[in-house]
Design a protein around this ligand. Structure first.
Ligand code: NAI
Ligand code: 15L
Length: 265
């Protein structure tokens, strides 16, 4: 494709994926509210607050695909979540509708279903059970995307990312981890498949102890290759195992289930 937009490009995942996306498009438009650092020759940078409707309209103009990672990525005050994850999503979808509806990858989260137990195996039909306001905002994003698909035909991959980082950091992430390589191959499949629709895709590697069933999206041809199991010995040697009655060890959302509702200033 000619121009691919990556929001949240200054964040943890955005920074890790930015270079890896080089061959996906002639131009990678990287965007964030935070400093984007130096730009590679194939990149163009746009500083933009997702809550700013006019700025998001301009941001999306001329893009043939969107990887939407931008937003609040952990539990926070509702006002912050409201601006970035609710208003921001609405702005993005309206901008997309006005600009030819490029295919979107929406970075949803396992925190849409964080209150399921770790001994439950879920498919995409499992009712939502968010574990905080952050998780609720991702449920909103999924519902908004679905509505734009049903009403207008806007295609979106609703990627419920588990834990996408260099390597798993604790026992829970042996189930939820997704490697950067597997995320990249998923992105390639999402933008290559002739008809995407608006599927939920569980974002985890081929972990022995994964909790999620992706068989409904076999048409994507995505075959995650990594397996967190190779880090088990290291985790067991270096990270204290939570007690079995600790919510971290009980619920799929792990520590997020214990977060309070943060007070506004
Ligand atoms: P991050 O917090 O490191 O990056 C998010 C980026 O969004 C930041 O650079 C931030 O400046 C930007 N942002 C925040 N508010 C903004 C606004 N109003 N306007 C424009 N940009 C704004 O998070 P991370 O880990 O890189 O995650 C990326 C996305 O993937 C997030 O949407 C997150 O919810 C989602 N996700 C990530 C997971 C992971 O394991 N890294 C797991 C599940 C979901
Ligand atoms: C998320 O949704 C967060 O954005 C990320 O920081 C991780 O904590 C991840 O979930 C997780 O559950 O490990």
């Amino acid at each position: 494709m000619k121009r691919l937009l990556l929001t949240g490009a200054a964040g943890g995942l955005g920074s890790a994926m930015r270079g890896r996306l080089k061959d996906m498009a002639d131009i990678l438009r990287v965007s964030d509210i935070a400093d984007l650092g130096g730009l590679a020759p194939h990149e163009e940078g746009v500083i933009c607050d997702l809550g700013d409707r006019a700025a998001v309209d301009k941001l999306v103009e001329g893009c043939d695909g969107i990887i939407h990672l931008g937003g609040i990525s952990v539990e926070d005050k509702f006002s912050k979540i409201l601006n970035a994850n609710l208003l921001g999503l609405h702005n993005l979808y309206e901008a997309s509708r006005a600009n030819g509806m490029p295919r979107i990858l929406f970075a949803s989260s396992n925190h849409t279903i964080g209150f399921y137990r770790q001994d439950e195996y879920l498919d995409h039909n499992a009712p939502l059970r968010p574990d905080g306001l952050y998780g609720v905002s991702k449920c909103f994003g999924e519902a908004l995307a679905r509505m734009y698909f049903d009403k207008f035909g806007q295609e979106t991959a609703l990627v419920r990312i588990g834990s996408c980082m260099e390597k798993p950091k604790n026992h829970r992430m042996l189930s939820t981890w997704m490697s950067y390589d597997d995320f990249l191959s998923m992105i390639e499949c999402i933008f290559r498949v002739p008809r995407l629709g608006c599927p939920v895709i569980w974002g985890c590697s081929n972990n022995d102890t994964r909790w999620w069933d992706n068989s409904h999206v076999s048409y994507l041809g995505w075959h995650p290759r990594d397996n967190a199991e190779r880090f088990r010995a290291e985790i067991e040697a270096t990270v204290a195992k939570p007690a079995p009655d600790d919510p971290i060890a009980i619920y799929q959302g792990g520590p997020f289930v214990r977060d309070p509702i943060f007070a506004e200033d």
